[in-house]
Write a protein that binds this ligand. Structure first.
Ligand code: FE2
Length: 177
């Protein structure tokens, strides 16, 4: 059997399983799942268990102050509604974009509440009241939390290792073998 070499892969980058999901989904069909702090909830749109990135719609109730947390990867957020801020003189409002950069440690506040679309590149580490590391919230944790709430039926999941419906090499045409 000939192994597919670089020349094959240059023009055949592979495919991510779509399963029974449609190309477009209405997030209204996804139930909210309680997030990691009181008064917050999320919908998991995309979850890549290979790279650890994931995409959510996150809703935060008015008056919420996030506990201090450390971003191990970047988070890009677009504010759909409401707003939040880290500093009084630099406020994020509806329609604004921010990138919470990897390495940032902060404790944002949202007096009016907010709904945002957020693309997360890596885990978020939460600190406890004594400054101790309390939790590492990665893509897999988000998937497990949402799955326990039966809220992953529309999630675009990428998991090459454990999805039994997709053989690792089933996309390689016979001619390339
Ligand atoms: Fe943050």
């Amino acid at each position: 059997m000939r192994t597919a070499g670089p020349e094959y892969w240059m023009t055949n980058p592979g495919i991510t399983a779509k399963g029974a999901r449609k190309e477009f989904i209405d997030p209204e069909q996804i139930p909210w799942t309680d997030w990691l702090m009181p008064g917050t909830r999320f919908k998991l749109l995309y979850c890549n268990l290979v790279t650890g990135s994931f995409t959510v719609i996150l809703q935060v109730d008015a008056g919420s102050v996030a506990p201090p947390h450390w971003h191990i990867g970047n988070v890009q957020a677009y504010i759909i509604d409401g707003g939040f801020y880290y500093d009084e003189d630099d406020k994020g409002e509806t329609g604004m974009y921010t990138c919470e950069v990897a390495g940032a440690v902060h404790s944002p506040t949202s007096p009016q509440g907010t709904t945002m679309f957020a693309m997360v590149d890596g885990p978020i580490a939460g600190y406890g009241p004594e400054g101790e590391l309390g939790a590492i919230a990665d893509a897999r944790l988000h998937y497990y939390i949402a799955a326990a709430n039966d809220a992953v039926g529309h999630t675009q999941l990428v998991d090459y290792a454990t999805d039994p419906s997709v053989g690792m090499h089933s996309m390689v045409p016979e001619a390339a073998k």
